[in-house]
Design a protein around this ligand. Structure first.
Ligand SMILES: Nc1ncnc2c1ncn2[C@@H]1O[C@H](COP(=O)(O)OP(=O)(O)OP(=O)(O)O)[C@@H](O)[C@H]1O
Ligand SMILES: [Mg+2]
Length: 101
């Protein structure tokens, strides 16, 4: 489902993400760990097509993410770092609500 090969990206002229390589298979649960500032969220932005000026490959569901078309977003789901639930609802009410959509 995800293939990352020789990925390079930097916000500045200094190297940041360098030679990142990994694969995630269909159905696999993959934990991506690293210290604060390591580049995890940056890599998430590459994989979700928000950063496109990277080098190497970031292939999601067979599509190079920088070349994504509109269908790309029909097939991925992302939960970002900020809360994406209604805090006045209970956990069960949140599950019912989002499950109903
Ligand atoms: N838009 C940006 N422009 C310049 N530098 C940025 C930008 N976004 C992030 N950075 C820099 O990239 C580094 C952090 O990268 P990132 O947010 O990918 O780390 P992280 O591994 O997700 O960290 P955390 O565990 O804190 O979430 C920091 O040095 C930050 O200043
Ligand atoms: Mg982060």
């Amino acid at each position: 489902m995800i293939q990352v090969r020789k990925l390079e990206f930097s916000y500045t002229k200094k190297p940041f993400l360098e030679d990142v390589n990994f694969e995630v298979s269909k159905g696999e649960i993959f934990g991506f760990l690293g210290p604060s500032g390591a580049g995890k969220s940056t890599l998430q932005k590459v994989l979700t097509g928000l950063i496109t000026n990277y080098k190497g490959n970031a292939i999601v569901n067979g599509m190079e993410s920088k070349n994504h078309n509109n269908d790309f977003y029909e097939n991925i789901g992302v939960d970002f770092e900020f809360p994406s639930l209604y805090e006045k609802l209970t956990a069960r009410q949140n599950l019912k609500y989002f499950g109903s959509l």
